[in-house]
Design a protein around this ligand. Structure first.
Ligand code: HEM
Length: 497
């Protein structure tokens, strides 16, 4: 009996000793099965993660049910994750809802790092993300911004009661993106195909950004409680993909079959995607998922950023005046901001940078993932961890910035004048940096510049009647920080702009 016990104990001791030692990052107390979910709940955002990093350090591990979430909060560790070990941490962690939205990673944004991602990114880059594309479409972006200005000027209510400008800007951004993707433009907010499109995309956004489903993502045994929710996600996905296919792709196919589709040497996005499908590089589902990705990544982010920027300009009239004065001094009267002007207007650039710092729309980047166990900062990161880079905290941490709680564009002309949006300094990465960084930066920056520049040139932007400020309460979702209330803006036309 004793012999048996001793043998058993020795076997257990040998197993423990021989087991590879793994040193996990620190983090909150975790129970079996539930992990730290009972303490942290479903809805933790970049602010909560920043508070945790102050407690546990710049690398911490949250054990949320069966999911390991590593949170990185320093520029040095972010550099490791995004650049030095960019390959190892270059996959994406999808949650149960995004598994549905992306057909388990048949898309580009939420797919693992590897051949499929490389192929998809190459196919999308040619029609979307080169300087040639920017030069080809810049006149359209300028015309779309001009159309916004003209519509607002025509609306007598705009200067008195005000308008929910976001709605018109959303149409503008849809037009910018659909022009590149489908060579298509929606005439008005009432256009029936625009109404349908906006409605399914909004539904997808609401379902995807909600934090309420986290429990089922973290704790598989609770998933049955999400059955109804996931069913709706599947239905919405099917409706969206059908709409892209039957309406927009089909329309383009019809045009392609009747006339030559090259226009000034640039085909539109889907022509490239369909060509890649014909050559067998990707399949039809991949084409639809690229379209789905662009509907979200390209449109929502830009609209959110515009909405934040305008809110800050309304709430800081002295900054708005200074911006208007810069545009007027540099461009002179009668000249409307163009794409090439945007880089000649340092204060305009500073306002955009400060908006993306202070109101970072994708605050923890999109979730990265390591397929295998990796070393990071002296700790072991278990395989298939969700890796969140708290970019918002790095850009708002008083250890790296002077009075980060102030909205002060001047910082980017003074002490931070060398810091760019491209990630040359890891404390400021609103578009990420490295392999999985945002390729859309080449479109987003000029579109933000043209639009904000023209709005400020043409209007005095004011809070709604009876209010001294716009309410800037945040609405934090899975990946995005949006403004909670779509505010009204009183827009007083400026003549001789
Ligand atoms: C203000 C506007 C925008 C912001 C703040 C933004 C931000 C980001 C961020 C933070 C990421 C994730 C980076 C990472 O995980 O390391 C990302 C990824 C991405 N963005 Fe953007 N983005 C914006 C506009 C756009 C536009 C206009 C497009 C397309 C035209 C676009 C296309 C994409 C794509 C395709 C990815 C995924 C890249 C990949 O996984 O390989 N984005 N964006």
């Amino acid at each position: 009996m004793y012999l048996l016990l001793i043998t058993l104990l020795s076997a257990v001791a040998a197993l423990l000793l021989l087991r590879p030692r793994i040193r996990l990052p620190p983090g909150p107390f975790a129970l079996p099965i539930f992990g730290s979910w009972l303490q942290l709940g479903n809805a933790f955002d970049q602010h909560d993660l920043a508070a945790l990093s102050r407690r546990f350090g710049d690398l911490l591990l949250l054990r949320m049910g069966s999911l390991n979430i590593s949170v990185v909060s320093s520029p040095a560790l972010a550099k490791q994750v995004l650049l030095t070990q960019g390959k190892e941490f270059g996959s994406r962690s999808r949650n149960i809802v995004f598994d549905i939205f992306t057909g388990k990673g048949q898309d580009m944004i939420f797919t693992e790092y590897g051949d499929h991602w490389r192929r998809m990114r190459r196919i999308v880059t040619v029609p979307f993300f080169t300087n040639k594309v920017v030069q080809h479409y810049r006149a359209d972006w300028e015309a779309e911004a001009e159309a916004v200005v003209a519509d607002v000027r025509r609306n007598p209510n705009a200067a008195v009661e005000g308008v929910v400008l976001r709605r018109r800007l959303e149409l503008m951004v849809y037009n910018n993106v659909y022009k590149i993707m489908f060579d298509k433009r929606f005439e008005s907010e009432e256009d029936p195909s625009y109404v349908r499109l906006k409605s399914v995309n909004a539904e997808r956004s609401r379902l995807g950004q909600s934090l309420n489903y986290n429990f089922g993502d973290f704790i598989p045994i609770l998933r049955p409680f999400l059955r109804g929710y996931l069913k709706v996600c599947k239905e919405v996905t099917r409706r969206r993909l059908d709409l892209y296919k039957d309406t927009f792709l089909q329309e383009r196919r019809n045009i392609a079959s009747t006339k030559k589709i090259e226009q000034n040497g640039v085909k539109c996005g889907v022509d490239h995607f369909l060509e890649a499908q014909r050559s067998g590089e990707i399949n039809e589902d991949n084409v639809l998922y690229i379209v789905e990705n662009m509907n979200v990544a390209a449109i929502e982010t830009t609209v959110w950023a515009l909405e934040w920027a305008i809110a800050e300009l309304i709430n800081h009239p002295e900054i708005q005046d200074k911006l208007r004065a810069e545009i007027s001094a540099i461009l002179g009267p009668g000249h409307q901001v163009t794409e090439s002007d945007t880089t000649k207007l340092p204060y305009l650039q500073a306002v955009i940078k400060e908006t993306l710092r202070y109101r970072m729309v994708v605050p923890c980047l999109l979730p990265h993932m390591n397929l295998h166990q990796e070393k990071l900062g002296g700790f072991d990161i278990p395989a298939e961890s969700r890796v969140l880079v708290n970019a918002w905290w790095m850009a708002n941490n008083p250890a790296h910035w002077v009075k980060p709680e102030e909205f002060r564009p001047e910082r980017f002309l003074k002490e931070e004048s060398k810091v760019e949006t491209t990630g040359n300094d890891l404390k400021y990465v609103p578009f990420g940096v490295g392999r999985r960084s945002c390729p859309g930066i080449v479109i987003a920056m000029p579109v933000l510049g043209i639009t904000l520049g023209r709005l400020v040139q043409n209007f005095e932007l004011l809070p709604p009647p009876g209010q001294s400020k716009v309410d800037t309460t945040e609405n934090n979702g899975q990946f995005a920080t949006r403004i909670l209330k779509h505010y009204t803006v009183v827009m007083k036309p400026i003549n001789n702009a």
